[in-house]
Design a protein around this ligand. Structure first.
Ligand code: 3H9
Length: 715
């Protein structure tokens, strides 16, 4: 047995005639420069060593290889490039086997495709998820996958970005065999992938199996494949809505059909580098890291979570029921409390409706539904929450009503139970102060529909103890939510910023842009819907009620636009009433522009003596985004958001912000904070109160810094 280590990230050890090459780069074996160098050198070593007759590539840990090291993108490249590593593996003169345990993603799968034989343990997963990062496979994936799995299937695999399980990969032709690597009596420290791989390599040697290179596989029926790709390209152009990399993927796969292998590789490289240079790549990779960073909060370093085995929800309305479904889906037993028999019957109906929907779509069986509902206990008696570990209040959005609920909970809940409120803007410090245990009270702001929307604002009042905050993050993980830590203020992170950019949209409307032009500009930017469409979907009456409530406290100097009020006064609350900003004839879900709404807008402008001017989509978005970013900077300065990335994740997961732009604060960095500040100063000439630049923004510009510098400072 020889033992020669080339690099700590890759080690080699000969077992008989097989050189075992082990990748060890925690946490996920990303293909950093050291791993690439180590793999390259290992193959050189194998070719040079007369005693080596085959090579086995395996890795340590639960992931095979998670792909290229994403942190290296955008930095100066360090050789060898990954395509060269994969080509070198493929060129090896001795059979190379890759044995996959866990995920082989992106470049990780491409390394395996460079090998001559591939086996996997049953739990392994393979995927080419580069598209989710604004990229495309760039180490031969676009050339080798079509040769193994067929042109259309390979293109669809790359366009979806979704990994497939070992069994599906075997059927698709990406794997040669699956080996159950957990033989009876396997010891703790055993290495099932390595053992299965060694057995396979020795079997190949014994049978005289040749070196077998994917590059040598001919693609049959080129003409039919090209026709399929053209159809896929048309479809993708429609569906991918301005994304850069999906069409590049198809172009590269087309090259696999039309060009010799090496030319196909060269084209793939060019297209991959174009993707690397695109701002979409920067935005999507920012989003990837940001959604992982959000869980790194100060409390996580200071405390461990409390044990949570059971939940109670107070309130069975839309929110309460959605949260109950989320909790049931996470496997918790759930008690739901309502004030009387009628209300709890409605709560039960709201919960059951969700599962009936799944049943109707064939996504759940009767037996599964029954099993979930067996964990659900409706009640009209607060005493039934006495034993639960965590209670979420989701009653009517009124401070006094909520305080009364918390006083009840204070009386009945066991010591140490976490008491959470789902308020979307109320003062949680005041709610906490109405109990004798403010250290246990926290905000859990779910978004509607709560069983679907991923965002969970974890709102941290002044007196809550660190372990309750950590418990909330743990709960989010179990519910598969994306948690963001927020401070207490009116609207927390998301709704506070939303209120500001809706105001900007109102001003645009009164000054000359129609609701339809505003929505179109916002959609053109990449949002799925514009603000007026969102109002129509949520119900115009909700915002109207809030505006009426706040009328007394509104700054009399602030500009107030009444268009939405005029629409609501007519009972036009959006989709549910058949009209709002748009018309929805016969229950249509897509609205049509309404001339009567335009007449209302005209009348309001005339009333205020405003001569309408026109705004291009770009001008609309400059105001819209300047409002978001400016309020975002204020939210940061007030300590409501820990870092700019927390605002980014809030908007990506709760407000439909286009992911390829990374989030509003990342977007601001992309266009340049000096540009945003210049816009604010020019808009402030019309309305100095609303467009007053945030001092933090001015400070960052003066110091030549961007928002990401604040993210980095807290790493
Ligand atoms: C590519 O391969 C391009 C090639 O085609 C061509 C090149 C020329 N790099 O998610 P987790 C970090 S593009 C660097 O919490 P899990 C992550 O940030 C790549 N770092 O664990 C986190 O760090 P921290 C295509 C990475 O068990 C830690 O690892 N591949 C990378 O829930 C743990 O991650 C992908 O897109 C990386 N590639 O899930 C796969 N991946 O602890 C991306 C992760 O500091 N990765 N980190 O917060 C994943 O999907 C998941 O991480 C994985 C593990 C499923 C692997």
């Amino acid at each position: 047995m020889a033992n020669e280590a080339q690099s700590p990230a890759v080690t080699t050890q000969r077992h008989g005639h097989v050189l075992v090459v082990t990748v060890n780069n925690p946490p996920v074996n990303a293909l950093s420069a050291a791993v690439r160098q180590g793999l390259f050198a290992a193959i050189e070593q194998a070719d040079a060593d007369a005693d080596t007759q085959a090579v086995l590539i395996v890795s340590e840990g639960k992931t095979f290889i998670a792909g290229a090291d994403i942190r290296e993108f955008g930095k100066p490249p360090v050789p060898p490039a990954l395509p060269d590593v994969c080509n070198r593996i493929e060129a090896c003169t001795k059979p190379v086997v890759a044995a996959l345990q866990g995920a082989a993603l992106g470049g990780g799968l491409e390394v395996a495709l460079g090998a001559h034989y591939r086996l996997a343990l049953p739990a392994a997963k393979v995927g080419l998820p580069e598209v989710d990062l604004g990229l495309m496979p760039g180490a031969g994936g676009t050339q080798r996958a079509p040769r193994l799995m067929g042109v259309k299937a390979a293109a669809e695999f790359m366009l979806s970005g979704k990994p497939m399980g070992a069994q599906a990969a075997l059927q698709a032709g990406l794997l040669d065999r699956i080996v159950d690597g957990t033989p009876e009596g396997a010891s703790e420290g055993s290495r099932p992938a390595q053992e299965a791989g060694l057995a396979y390599a020795n079997e190949l040697l014994a049978s005289g199996a040749p070196v077998r290179r994917v590059r040598d596989i001919a693609i049959p029926n080129a003409e039919a494949a090209l026709a399929e790709l053209s159809a896929l390209a048309d479809d993708t152009a429609k569906k991918s809505r301005g994304l850069f990399s999906p069409l590049k993927i198809i172009e590269a796969v087309r090259a696999a059909v039309e060009l010799p292998f090496d030319q196909g590789m060269a084209l793939e490289r060019r297209l991959f580098l174009a993707c690397i240079d695109s701002p979409q790549r920067a935005g999507l990779i920012h989003a990837f890291f940001a959604e992982r960073e959000v869980t790194k909060v100060p409390e996580a370093r200071a405390a461990a979570p409390r044990a949570v085995a059971s939940l109670a929800i107070i309130g069975g309305g839309t929110m309460g029921a959605g949260i109950a479904v989320s909790a049931l889906d996470a496997g918790f037993p759930v008690v739901m409390v309502e004030r009387d028999a009628e209300a709890i019957a409605r709560g039960v109906a709201n919960v059951t409706k969700v599962y009936d929907g799944l049943l109707a779509k064939g996504r759940m069986t009767e037996a599964q539904k029954a099993a979930v509902l067996a964990r659900f206990t409706p009640s009209t008696n607060y005493a039934d929450v006495a034993a639960v570990d965590l209670v979420i209040e989701a009653v009517f959005e009124d401070l006094e009503v909520k305080k009364a609920v918390f006083q009840q909970l204070d009386k009945v809940c066991k010591p140490g139970a976490v008491l959470a409120t789902n308020t979307s803007y109320l003062d949680i410090d005041a709610i906490a102060a109405s109990t004798s245990r403010p250290q246990d009270v926290i905000g859990l702001h779910f978004f509607s529909p709560a069983n679907i929307m991923k965002l969970l604002e974890i709102v941290v009042p002044a007196q809550v103890s660190a372990d309750v905050v950590v418990t909330a993050f743990e709960l989010a993980k179990r519910m598969k939510k994306v948690p963001v830590r927020a401070g207490v203020c009116d609207g927390f992170i998301g709704n506070r910023i939303l209120a500001t950019y809706k105001q900007a949209a109102d001003y645009l409307m009164e000054d000359g842009a129609s609701p339809y032009e505003i929505d179109a500009a916002v959609r053109g930017f990449g949002y799925p819907m514009g603000p007026c469409q969102v109002t129509d979907l949520a119900g115009g009456d909700i915002g109207w009620a809030t505006r009426k409530r706040r009328a007394a406290t509104r700054d009399p100097k602030a500009r107030y636009v009444e268009i939405a009020d005029r629409i609501c006064e007519r009972g036009w609350f959006g989709q549910k009433t058949g009209r709002g900003f748009y018309l929805y004839p016969q229950g249509a879900r897509t609205g049509q522009p309404d001339p009567e709404v335009l007449a209302i807008v005209d009348a309001e402008r005339a009333k205020k003596g405003i001569t309408p001017r026109s705004f291009t989509p770009e001008e609309i978005m400059r105001r819209y985004m300047a409002a978001i970013v400016n309020e975002g900077a204020k939210v940061l300065a007030d300590g409501i958001a820990l870092r700019p990335l927390d605002i980014d994740v809030t908007f990506l997961y709760g407000y439909g912000f286009p992911r390829f732009r990374g989030g509003p604060m990342k977007y601001a960095d992309t266009v340049g904070l000096d540009q945003i500040l210049a816009d604010l100063r020019s808009f402030a000439q019309e309305d100095p109160l609303f467009w007053q630049p945030a001092p933090l923004l001015e400070q960052l510009v003066a110091e030549g810094r961007n928002f990401d510098s604040l993210n980095q400072a807290q790493r």
